[in-house]
Design a protein around this ligand. Structure first.
Ligand SMILES: NC(=O)c1ccc[n+]([C@@H]2O[C@H](COP(=O)([O-])OP(=O)(O)OC[C@H]3O[C@@H](n4cnc5c(N)ncnc54)[C@H](OP(=O)(O)O)[C@@H]3O)[C@@H](O)[C@H]2O)c1
Length: 222
């Protein structure tokens, strides 16, 4: 009768263990359904723009955590995005995310930077905010004087800062089911060349064709 040889089993297990460990460490995670490198996005702001982008990125396989000052009121937003989206406080969302998107009134940026700026350092920050004097007051003038993108990037110093999406109205993005047939160009800027593949993937996930326009100083017009 064929018997298991315990020594052989132990030897095989020893050889297989490193391989198994490697598979566990490098295998696809549940958050990587879209093959986007297992990215969690903290969507700070869940209004028109936060929902338009959050819904598209959730559908593309990113894990979206919507965050506002009132995360308990985001049940409908979370349900609308689906695909495992969640709501959380801004602090929790920032801590758990690889990528942070700011979709808030511009005047909210200084207080968000003060509270969460340190936790954001080293992370990708996508900024879609526009400074509008009628809504944001004095800070709009200050930001326009140096350039809105540069002003925000200084507030969030140490982040991998991307300026994009701010020229396109929330209602004009395609529905998640229509991304493939969408055609629009999306200009974007950064001072950190290393974020290019990340930004371009995020733009393509909304149906846009990325148009890289160089450093943040080139975003003066948008
Ligand atoms: N709508 C567009 O078509 C469009 C297009 C391009 C760019 N933008 C820019 O995108 C930004 C967002 O626009 P929107 O139209 O989406 O605005 P919105 O509909 O008014 O939504 C703003 C969101 O920001 C949240 N918020 C405000 N202050 C906050 C704070 N201190 N911390 C955390 N969350 C905060 C609000 O939630 P709580 O009040 O509950 O905290 C709300 O969910 C603006 O800067 C806008 O200029 C908008």
């Amino acid at each position: 009768m064929w018997r298991l040889n315990p020594d052989r089993c132990r030897g095989a297990a020893r050889r297989l263990l490193p391989l198994l460990a490697l598979l566990v460490l490098t295998g696809p995670s549940s958050a990587d359904a879209g093959g986007n490198g297992s990215k969690t996005i903290a969507m700070i702001g869940a209004g028109d723009m936060g929902q338009a982008l959050g819904n598209l990125w959730a559908s593309a396989g990113y894990h979206i955590i919507f965050a506002t000052r009132n995360p308990d009121e985001l049940d409908e937003v979370v349900e609308g995005a689906g695909h495992g989206a969640e709501a959380a406080s801004v602090g929790e969302a920032v801590a758990r995310a690889d990528i942070i998107t700011l979709a808030v009134p511009y005047k909210a940026e200084p207080s968000i930077a003060e509270k969460y700026g340190d936790a954001m350092k080293g992370k990708v920050l996508v900024n879609v905010d526009n400074a509008l004097e009628y809504r944001d007051g004095e800070i709009a003038q200050e930001a326009e004087a140096v350039g809105e993108a540069i002003y925000s990037a200084r507030l969030f110093e140490g982040t991998r800062f991307i300026r994009a999406f701010n020229l396109k109205a929330a209602y004009s993005f395609p529905d998640p089911g229509e991304v493939e047939s969408a055609h629009f160009r999306m200009p974007w800027t950064t001072n950190d060349e290393s974020v290019r593949p990340i930004a371009e993937k995020l733009i393509r996930a909304t149906g846009g064709t990325p148009v890289y326009e160089g450093g943040l100083e080139n975003a003066r017009e948008y």
